[in-house]
Design a protein around this ligand. Sequence first.
Ligand SMILES: *Cc1c(COP(=O)(O)O)cnc(C)c1O
Length: 389
Amino acid sequence: MNRVFLDHAATTPVHPKVLETMIPYFSQKFGNASSLHSFGQEAYQAVEKARESLARLLNADSREILFTGSGTEADNLALRGVAAKMKARGNHIITSAIEHHAIGHTTAYLEKLGFQLTYLPVNQYGQVDPENLRQTITENTILVSIMHANNEVGTIQPIAECSSIAHERGVLFHTDAVQTVGNIAVDVKSLGVDLLSLSAHKFYGPKGVGALYLRKGVPLEPLILGGSQERGIRAGTTNVAGIVGLGRAAEIALAELPQRVQHNHALREQLIDRLERNLSDFQLTGHRSERLPGSVSICVQYIEGESMLLYLDQEGFACSSGSACTSGSLEPSHVLLAMGIEPGLAQGSLRISLGHDNSVENVNDFCRALLVVVERLRAMSPFKKKGGF
Ligand SMILES: *Cc1c(COP(=O)(O)O)cnc(C)c1O
């Protein structure tokens, strides 16, 4: 069966050019980047080149890039690193109600350690209100962390406005930009952020490698102790091949970004248009325009997202219900609930995330399959509405 991947918010395939660039670093160029001999220096140079490529994509300085083992690790390092370093100054941290678990579970852990957390609410489109942030900042606030774009509904946050409000009060600002880096333009200077997390596998790089942008002069306590890699902030023998892959993915993203955005945006609008014309009793979730170009998220009335997902998989279409990390549990997504979507409707959530490997034909085939699957499930549904769709 011809399988179609429509789950690019969960991960992306490694770009063939990225793979090609990585391969020698598993074989001939296997050196430890900390070694002084030529094997080591060859690896070191490659890592530093990748650091420069990534810095260029973000409009940062290469000395402001720290490589990590994932986006999750970058999020942990940002929050726990700032919290540990700044705890003498204050213990209040502000975040949003719709963060990825990499942030949400870390802030819950920080609460157990005695930090005070404020979870900013979002409106029906999944956006925080910058004025609300302003009112929440206290003398004790040390950090604000708000994600750039949400992984479930695709909504993009007003980060530049929020970071300037934080800075007026001398508070550091972090953003989880794992969904945006490599997919839309991300410029650390125009966003005005002090820390920013990203992950290679969300933009055609390999899994198991991420990075934290740390603005020059921002203090941070390390999480992992050991050697002096990554300026002593992230010890552990350097993942040379992974980092080389991340750097190459950043170069390709920089070169192809406008086409990537245009391609995904066109497919997204085509998909939304087809759904609006053919599917009944559903709701597009997230912001209509302030959203990731390739993100379509919907809630379908009278059926359950997991069943839709499994039936679609049988038809060869891979998408997601809520977030991949929460599938397997039938808890409605915390993101949809925070947006005020009632739990019954939130159960019927489906996320389609498009990528550069998708075509117009994929979208048309998917729509056809979705209509059949929804009809079949509604026919079996105890909450069924008479007349089908
Ligand atoms: C995927 C994702 C992460 C986690 O990144 P990993 O590299 O998979 O650990 C964190 N935040 C967001 C918003 C994500 O989409």
